[in-house]
Write a protein that binds this ligand. Structure first.
Ligand SMILES: Cc1ncc(COP(=O)(O)O)c(C=O)c1O
Length: 382
């Protein structure tokens, strides 16, 4: 029997998820209904963030958070190039500029000591990305932010459910943007959320999500009748439907068990690959519990051998991926003037990295098969 393809990530859905979605389809509200509120409340409970504003994607969550923080044309954000382009793009949508700073080669997370030198009088936001599900160094980053009166927006697309000094993701930054894409810690198919303890940010985020419209009597400039509403900001339709949120409610109940299984898989990889001298395996600082969205190995010899290993694994039905092509490599960013060679640790990381399959439904046998194929790939590419 030929062996099946193992993807690098995939959703875990069961009958209870399906039933919740069916229930909404039979209900009165497909959008702006009770499932959205229920999902937001549950997000608050599991992240310990006092406010959650659910939106239509992780990208929308970043855009909404940056807007809520007051990011404007001419401002700057500081972030890492080792991320999906959306982290930076969301600043460009608002006319702001992106300053990429280098990563810590041990973790792939933004290097806090590189942040301070990149701050200018236009800097407004620091945007750490919890790469692979490992929280960035928030204590150091928050100290820098406070000193320079900056706002921290965490890109936590990978890290819902992770902790830093036993504090959950959602409470570590001024605002936290999550993603619920199918490979992420939980899924709503497409979706995201802004988590915050700041009620003003939450109000601005909720308004931005729905065209910048308010019905709050305290904010209205006039009141012509019960139909009256006013548009105060140039927002978007970033609403998430009740169908998506019903799935989210059901998925959130399983977040802990999903992360437990991801952690087990990560431990198996770490044990079973420990004897491979050509690999650099991920490290988790003691004060962090990673969400293990990704398990990223690195091939010491770099780009050419990494490519050969990836090709071998693909030929043998192991769906490895690369996270990430540094954002400043993309032609769009190149034509804005960003230079290759400017961020050596991130660029070396990119040359070496391979994301192995990791998702809650992966079996121990799947893990063993991935490990066996990696060992063979390392032999045949030497
Ligand atoms: C680090 C990071 N930020 C932002 C996003 C954007 O999330 P979404 O795909 O939900 O828009 C992603 C998704 O891949 C991501 O990995």
């Amino acid at each position: 029997m030929s062996e099946s393809f193992i993807p690098y990530g995939r959703q875990s859905l069961d009958e209870s998820d399906i039933q919740q979605v069916i229930d909404v389809l039979r209900s009165d509200f497909l959008t702006t209904g009770p499932a959205v509120n229920a999902f937001e409340q549950q997000l608050c409970r599991c992240s310990q963030a006092p406010h959650a504003v659910a939106v239509s994607s992780g990208t929308a969550a970043l855009h909404t958070a940056y807007f809520a923080a007051g990011l404007q044309a001419g401002d700057e954000i500081i972030t890492t190039p080792l991320t999906f382009a959306a982290t930076a793009n969301a600043a460009l949508y608002l006319g702001a500029k992106v300053r990429f700073v280098d990563v810590d080669p041990a973790t792939g997370n933004i290097n806090p000591s590189a942040i301070e030198t990149a701050i200018t009088d236009r800097t407004r936001l620091i945007v750490p990305v919890d790469y692979t599900g490992l929280p960035a160094d928030y204590d150091t980053i928050s100290t820098i932010a406070q000193k320079h009166h900056l706002t921290v927006v965490a890109d936590a697309a990978h890290s819902l459910g992770a902790t830093y000094h036993e504090r959950p993701v959602g409470t570590l930054a001024d605002m936290t943007a999550t993603s619920f894409h199918p490979v992420k810690p939980i899924t709503t198919a497409e979706g995201g959320a802004v988590l915050t303890s700041n009620s003003q940010y939450a109000i601005r985020a909720a308004r931005f999500r729905t065209h910048g419209v308010t019905r709050d009597p305290e904010l209205l400039h006039e009141q012509q009748g019960p139909w009256w509403y006013e548009m105060h900001d140039l927002g978007l339709n970033y609403r998430i439907s009740d169908i998506h949120c019903a799935l989210g409610v059901s998925q959130l109940r399983k977040l802990e068990s999903f992360i437990t299984r991801r952690r087990q898989i990560a431990e198996m990889y770490t044990q079973q690959l420990a004897d491979q001298d050509d690999l650099i395996l991920p490290v988790t600082p003691e004060h962090c519990q990673s969400g293990w969205h990704l398990y990223v190995i690195r091939i010491r010899q770099g780009a050419a051998r990494r490519k050969a290993v990836v090709e071998y694994l693909h030929q043998h039905k192991i769906g490895v991926q690369i996270h990430y092509i540094p954002v400043h490599y993309h032609p769009y960013y190149q034509q804005l003037g960003y230079q290759r060679g400017s961020l050596p640790h991130a660029e070396t990381f990119y040359d070496q990295c391979i994301s192995l399959p990791i998702f809650p439904a992966m079996t121990d046998d799947d893990v063993a098969r991935v490990v066996e194929q990696i060992k063979l790939a390392l032999q045949v590419t030497w």
